[in-house]
Design a protein around this ligand. Structure first.
Ligand SMILES: Cc1cc2nc3c(=O)[nH]c(=O)nc-3n(C[C@H](O)[C@H](O)[C@H](O)COP(=O)(O)OP(=O)(O)OC[C@H]3O[C@@H](n4cnc5c(N)ncnc54)[C@H](O)[C@@H]3O)c2cc1C
Length: 493
């Protein structure tokens, strides 16, 4: 709705269709698909501002499908717990929140159309990975009302540049020149602050009969509630609790208690040295902007402290403590490097042939090398290899739904070594992570798999069998560098 002013930067907003807005509609609709939260959410902020500008109620639809390949008790429980938090939080806001959980594949078909038919316009999230971009594009093509997607993924808007960065260093150099103004354009912590919106008179007729909203009991995600859904019950819930409440608590404890030791502890598999926030960032239960704010507060930092560009060096630009700078390098440089690739190369960021030429060439040259250990996907899935440390990494992923960064690097390198081809290794990494890891199906998943295969890296010598010039890692070296004995004991299958 071009006639209504928005505080959400234009570079973060994009029209997904040509259909006009309807001033005479009953409400503004926010279709929440990726930023599953009420706080620091640019898409929600935009929808609230449109509703205010048009003096209309706001309806928020958060839906959960069952008909996708990886739907399981694990993923469902995490998302349902997030929906329970959202229901409680929206109850205190001037908005109508609809939590819809599909009872059977395809049952949700038509719900978005029915809601959009009475809407002034539709706002949704601009997430560049998994089936979401195709799903939102297809919906926008069908709907007869304006649909706008809003990018709330990172601190640097995905479309602020046309460049595709091929190394972390080149993105760091770029961010040191370009990021500063965006740090003063963070989303409103509470998009409803000081906002009054009219109450919704009614939803479209018959809507709740045809698509009954989730009961509070279902959102509790009890074993019985999960058992009743047609999803994969062999991948059980992880211990980690989903939702903004749990995510925000984790963020606060990390920043207060563990950030100061991040540099020393982050690569130690036996320590809880990192934030553990990736599942919450993936499902949008926590905003990266709030994580940044928490670090800024802890460091008593302000944007004026930012140093001049220092040639892309990891340390010294932020003018924060060394551990805070190391953490922001992961949270911003490495994370947004992944979003940059996924958003700018939507057709091939996940395809093997998107690897840099040198990496494809060297892997191809070693494709026929003898593989002393060759495992099937099933053997990998069951953690039945000769390598106890690798088996433990797989065990951590399967049990906790998350595993340690350094172990992910080793895990991927061994899958490359033990698979019939590099392309097959990519497929296997994707399959296992999609199935078990709460933070899988994310741009950072793909940057991780492709890092294993050479992206964002350089050729290394000497050339090795299977790997060629791709960086090699070994379990023995990992065990020499870090303490892993207790890790292996804890996660051995
Ligand atoms: C083979 C492989 C697969 C990976 N798969 C995923 C995945 O599916 N989902 C995912 O979010 N990350 C993935 N990563 C990146 C990284 O391992 C995880 O982001 C990190 O371990 C998550 O733990 P944390 O939240 O405690 O990280 P922290 O160290 O606390 O970092 C904070 C945040 O920064 C981001 N981040 C940290 N390290 C990286 C990195 N190397 N690349 C991109 N972003 C990073 C994440 O959003 C993370 O939550 C993968 C890495 C590899 C090598």
């Amino acid at each position: 709705m071009a006639s209504v002013a928005s505080t959400v930067p234009a570079v973060r907003r994009r029209r997904l269709n040509e259909a006009p807005g309807r001033k005479e509609g009953d409400y503004v609709l926010y279709w929440m698909t990726a930023a599953r939260r009420t706080r620091s959410n640019f898409a929600l902020q935009h929808a609230v501002e449109l509703a205010r500008g048009l003096s209309k109620p706001l309806v928020v639809l958060e839906a959960l499908r069952v008909g996708y390949a990886d739907a399981s008790d694990r993923l469902h429980r995490f998302v349902l717990q997030g929906m329970a938090d959202n229901r409680a939080r929206f109850a205190r806001k001037p908005a109508t929140y609809l939590a819809y959980v599909e009872p059977s594949p395809g049952a949700g078909k038509g719900l978005l159309e029915a809601l959009a038919a009475k809407a002034c316009c539709v706002v949704t999230d601009d997430f560049p990975c998994y089936f979401l971009p195709k799903m939102t594009a297809a919906a926008a093509a069908r709907l007869e009302v304006a649909v706008e997607a809003v990018d709330g993924n990172g601190l640097y808007p995905m479309r602020a540049t046309e460049r595709v960065f091929t190394t972390a260093h080149s993105l760091r150099v770029h961010l040191q020149k370009e990021l500063k103004p965006h740090l003063s354009e963070l989303p409103a912590e509470d998009p409803f602050k000081g906002v009054k919106l009219p109450a919704l008179e009614s939803l479209p007729r018959g809507l709740e009969r045809e698509w009954p909203m989730a009961s509070d009991a279902l959102l509790e995600a009890t074993p019985a509630a999960l058992a009743a859904l047609p999803i994969d019950h062999t991948v059980g819930p992880a211990v980690l609790q989903g939702g903004s409440e749990a995510g925000e608590a984790r963020m606060a404890s990390f920043v207060a208690e563990r950030l100061a030791r991040y540099e020393e502890d982050r690569s130690e598999p036996e320590l809880e040295g990192t934030s553990g926030l990736s599942p919450y960032l993936h499902f949008g239960h926590v905003a990266v902007h709030d994580v940044f704010r928490a670090v800024v507060k802890q460091e008593a930092w302000s944007v004026e402290s930012l140093g001049p560009s220092n040639g892309g060096s990891k340390a010294g630009w932020w003018k924060m403590s060394a551990p805070a700078e190391a953490f922001l390098d992961e949270l911003i440089t490495w994370r947004e490097l992944a979003y940059n690739m996924a958003s700018h190369r939507p057709d091939d960021y996940f395809r093997f042939d998107s690897l840099p030429d040198w990496a494809q060439k060297t892997l191809k040259a070693h494709e026929r090398d003898e593989r002393p250990h060759l495992y099937t996907l099933d053997e990998l899935d069951q953690a039945k290899t000769h390598d106890p440390l690798w088996n433990a990494a797989m065990g951590q992923m399967k049990r906790d739904g998350w595993f340690h960064n350094y172990m992910r690097m080793l895990w991927g390198k061994k899958i490359l070594e033990w698979s019939p081809s590099a392309a097959e290794a990519l497929t296997r990494m994707e399959r296992l992570m999609n199935r078990y890891s709460l933070d899988g199906r994310n741009p950072c998943s793909y940057s991780g798999y492709f890092w294993v295969l050479g992206r964002y890296d350089r050729p290394w010598g000497p050339e090795r069998p299977i790997f060629g010039a791709i960086r090699y890692m070994s379990s023995d070296n990992t065990a020499r560098k870090f303490s892993v004995k207790k890790y292996v004991e804890k996660y051995a299958p």
